[in-house]
Design a protein around this ligand. Structure first.
Ligand SMILES: [Zn+2]
Length: 186
């Protein structure tokens, strides 16, 4: 959920992807990316890379000299992670290619208000997807507001091996609460 700018971290992620993880999902995550790209981001290059890696934030996009690459943390690579979560991640990361960070004071804001507005328009699943993420994985996630990212803590396999709740549980929960699971800023 962030743009990868740190050079060392970029190298580490590039290394991590040499041990690619197979997708455990019952659907194809690369196909979701391609569908999202074709439907919402026709201007994005067709060869955006996609890797599941055991490090880094929940998700991020690297925009280097070659094609952009999306890294999804292994914690999301679970047989029960709903398609909606990957759809949202693909939309969010590709949106970073369209809406550039804005300089606000001395700080570069990767998620200016135009970013969130655009995300709301194209991602009706965002509230549901974030509800699922926080309900199931929240115990191993850590918000890093200044870095505009959500880190996955090393104890994630413990959380990963628990029983996950499904989207119908989240739909029901969202009907009963005003709580905002989805970010409107970090
Ligand atoms: Zn982001």
């Amino acid at each position: 959920m962030t743009i990868l700018t740190d050079l060392k971290e970029r190298r580490r992620l590039a290394q991590a992807r040499r041990q690619p993880h197979l997708w455990f999902t019952p659907f194809s995550v690369p196909e979701i990316l391609e569908r999202v790209r074709a439907e919402h981001f026709p201007e994005a290059p067709p060869d955006v890379g996609l890797f599941s890696v055991n490090r880094g934030p929940l998700a991020c996009i690297e925009v280097g000299e070659s094609s952009p690459t999306i890294y999804v943390h292994q914690v999301l690579n679970h047989a029960e992670t709903p398609e909606e979560v990957f759809t949202l991640i693909c939309k969010h990361e590709l949106l970073h290619l369209r809406i550039e960070p804005a300089l606000e004071g001395k700080r570069l804001n990767q998620h200016p208000s135009a970013f969130w507005e655009a995300e709301k328009t194209i991602a009706p699943e965002r509230r549901l997807a974030w509800c699922w993420i926080w309900e199931n994985l929240g115990d191993c996630l850590r918000r890093r507001p200044r870095l505009e990212r959500i880190d996955v803590q090393p104890r994630w396999p413990e959380v990963w091996s628990r029983q996950m709740c499904d989207l119908s549980f989240c739909r029901d929960l969202l009907r009963r609460t005003d709580k905002a699971f989805e970010p409107s800023s970090w």
